[in-house]
Design a binder for this molecule. Structure first.
Ligand code: NDP
Length: 234
């Protein structure tokens, strides 16, 4: 398809699987990197999504090398888990800043050129825990739920210009983010999943690939669960 695609946090984990799936379709895929690895075969742009200047620099680089971003996947995210009574303001704020505020920042930067082109795809990576809640994740679930209201607002603002805004809500997958969870905990989660396994990064990649595709041209404001049934549809 050869569209210009930007995947934030696309240098590892779910984001890398998404980036690879879109690149395999022929898209020109750029990924951001803040501290982690720089995968080969993709345009890697240094970017901390919580820093507005860094986001602007990254966009300029992508635009210079691949043209205006036509598909944005806002995937970069962190977790700073802890029970609410012991959660610091900083711990709450860090997660909101990265998972919600920065997703807005990167989306806002993508919108103007998409409006001019009268087409575009915005995909936000939320979580099954956005609407299900999760003990120890008041910050994370709040940010991930916020993405849904934000995406639906963008869907309403931008729909008449051919721009769609959708959300994927993955279940638990084995990545660096979940590496600290015990096998016991993951087994408990798996026991609640109707499809009886954790998510594979490829499951998430294929859902994003669909929402970014022409086949999803009449879908906007949707939340697509990729969770084996754990959240039962939201
Ligand atoms: P990882 O921890 O494996 O990767 C996180 C990614 O986000 C990295 O690419 C990291 O970049 C990037 N990132 C974090 N903070 C910033 C920042 N300030 N600026 C730029 N990039 C940043 O996480 P996953 O792959 O597991 O998660 C990807 C997304 O999927 C997240 O939004 C997460 O919340 C969501 N998700 C994950 C689930 C799971 O079970 N794994 C389940 C549901 C949702 P760098 O390497 O440079 O630090």
């Amino acid at each position: 398809m050869s569209r210009s695609v930007l995947v934030t946090g696309g240098n590892r984990g779910l984001g890398l699987a998404i980036a690879r799936a879109l690149a395999a379709d022929g898209d020109k895929v750029a990924v951001t990197r803040r501290t982690g690895p720089a995968p080969e075969g993709l345009l890697v742009v240094d970017c901390d999504v919580t820093d507005p200047e860094s986001v602007e620099r990254a966009y300029k680089q992508v635009e210079a090398e691949h043209g205006q971003v036509e598909v944005l996947v806002a995937n970069a995210g962190i977790a700073r888990d802890g029970l609410a009574m012991a959660m610091s303001d900083e711990q709450f704020d860090q997660v909101l800043q990265t998972n919600l505020n920065a997703a807005f920042r990167v989306a806002r930067r993508a919108i103007r050129p998409m409006l001019a082109a009268r087409s575009g795809r915005l995909v936000f990576v939320s979580s099954v825990n956005a609407l299900r809640g999760s003990a120890g994740q008041a910050n994370y679930a709040a940010a991930k739920a916020g993405l849904i209201g934000m995406a639906r607002s963008l869907a309403r603002e931008l729909g008449s210009r051919g721009i769609t805004a959708n959300v994927v809500a993955p279940g638990y997958a084995r990545t660096d983010m979940t590496a600290g969870l015990s096998e016991d905990y993951l087994a408990q989660i798996t026991a609640q999943v109707p499809l009886a396994r954790l998510a594979d990064p490829e499951d998430v990649a294929q859902a994003v690939r669909f929402l970014a595709s022409d086949a999803a041209g009449y879908i906007t404001g949707a939340v697509l669960p990729v969770d084996g049934g754990l959240g039962m549809g939201h």
